[in-house]
Design a protein around this ligand. Structure first.
Ligand code: NAD
Length: 250
C-alpha cells in the first residue's frame, strides 16, 4: 500500500484501536505523530515503536483544545514539513441513556467525538491546501449510520455528526485536493467496551447482531485505515466505510 514517507497524525493513539493503527501505518513507512492526552502511555508507546525502528513521535494533546491542535500542526511541520493524513480516532462513550445523562456529559461527548474533528480540520486545512493535497480519516461507528438500540443516544448523535461532517469537508475542500472519509466499526474489544463486557448478556447481544458472527478486531479497523490512507484509495472521497461484518446491511 502506498503510504511511504507520508506524515500521518493519529489521535487516540494510545488506545485499543489507535495504537494498532499507528503501528501499522508506521510499519508501512509513514512518519506517524502519536497524539493522545495519556502522556505516560504515549511515551511508552513511542519508546516501544522506536525500538522497532519506526519513525514515530508522541505529543500530548487534548483534542478538544484549539491551541493543542496548533501546536501539533507546528510540530509536524517542523519534523517533516507536511501533513498528509489526519486520522481522527480519539473518542469516548459515556454509557448513559438520555434520562440519566446530564448536559455536561452530552457536551463532553460532542466535544471529544466531533468537536475534535472540526478543530483538526480548522488547523490542518490551510497546510493541506498549500500542499494541494490532504486527507482526513474520521473514526465514526456503526452508530454513525443507524440508531443503534444498545448505545447511548449522545454517542450515536456524535458519531452521526462525524459521518456528515466528513462528507461536508469532502465536498467543500475537494477542489483544494483535500479529501475526507469515515470508518464505521461495529463493536471491537478494546478498553472502551471492557466495562460493558463484564456483563455477559451485553457481550452476547453484541455478538448476535453481527451477521458474520464475531466481533470486529483492532486489525480489521487498522487495515481499513491503511487502505484509505494509501495512494490506491486516492479516488475515494466522502465515503462512509462500514467495518462491521455486515451489521448495517441488515
Ligand atoms: N471499541 C469499539 O467497539 C468501537 C466501535 C466503533 C467505533 N469506535 C471508535 O473508535 C475510536 C477508538 O476507540 P477505542 O475502542 O480504541 O477506544 P479507547 O478507549 O481504547 O481509546 C481512546 C483513546 O482516545 C484518547 N482520548 C480520549 N479523549 C481524548 C482527548 N480529549 N484528547 C486526546 N485523547 C483522548 C484516550 O486516552 C484513549 O487512548 C473511538 O472514536 C471510538 O468511538 C470504537
Amino acid at each position: 500500500m502506498g503510504i511511504d514517507n507520508k506524515t500521518i497524525l493519529v489521535t487516540g493513539a494510545v488506545g485499543g484501536i489507535g495504537s494498532v493503527v499507528a503501528k501499522l501505518l508506521a510499519t508501512k513507512g509513514a512518519s506517524v505523530g502519536l497524539l493522545d492526552f495519556d502522556e505516560k502511555g504515549g511515551i511508552a508507546l513511542e519508546q516501544d515503536l522506536r525500538k522497532e525502528g519506526l519513525d514515530v513521535w508522541f505529543q500530548k494533546i487534548d483534542v478538544t483544545k484549539e491551541e493543542d491542535w496548533h501546536s501539533v500542526v507546528a510540530t509536524a511541520l517542523e519534523r517533516t514539513g507536511r501533513i498528509d493524513v489526519v486520522v481522527n480516532n480519539a473518542g469516548i462513550n459515556i454509557r448513559k441513556p438520555i434520562e440519566e445523562m446530564v448536559m455536561d456529559e452530552w457536551a463532553k461527548m460532542m466535544a471529544v467525538n466531533v468537536g475534535s474533528i472540526f478543530l483538526s480540520a480548522k488547523a490542518s486545512i490551510p497546510i493541506m491546501r498549500a500542499q494541494g493535497a490532504g486527507l482526513f480519516i474520521n473514526m465514526s461507528s456503526i452508530c454513525g449510520l443507524i440508531g443503534h438500540k444498545y448505545t447511548p443516544e449522545a454517542y450515536t448523535a456524535s458519531k452521526g455528526a462525524v459521518t456528515l461532517l466528513t462528507k461536508s469537508i469532502s465536498s467543500r475542500y475537494a477542489k483544494d485536493g483535500i479529501r475526507a472519509n469515515s470508518i464505521h466499526p461495529s463493536t471491537v474489544d478494546t478498553p472502551m467496551v471492557q466495562q460493558m463486557f463484564k456483563d455477559p448478556q451485553k457481550k452476547r447481544e453484541r455478538l448476535d447482531e453481527v451477521p458474520l458472527g464475531r466481533l470486529g478486531t483492532v486489525d480489521d479497523v487498522a487495515q481499513a485505515v491503511l487502505f484509505l490512507a494509501s495512494d490506491e484509495a486516492s479516488f475515494l472521497n466522502g465515503i462512509a466505510l462500514p467495518v462491521d461484518g455486515g451489521l448495517t446491511a441488515c
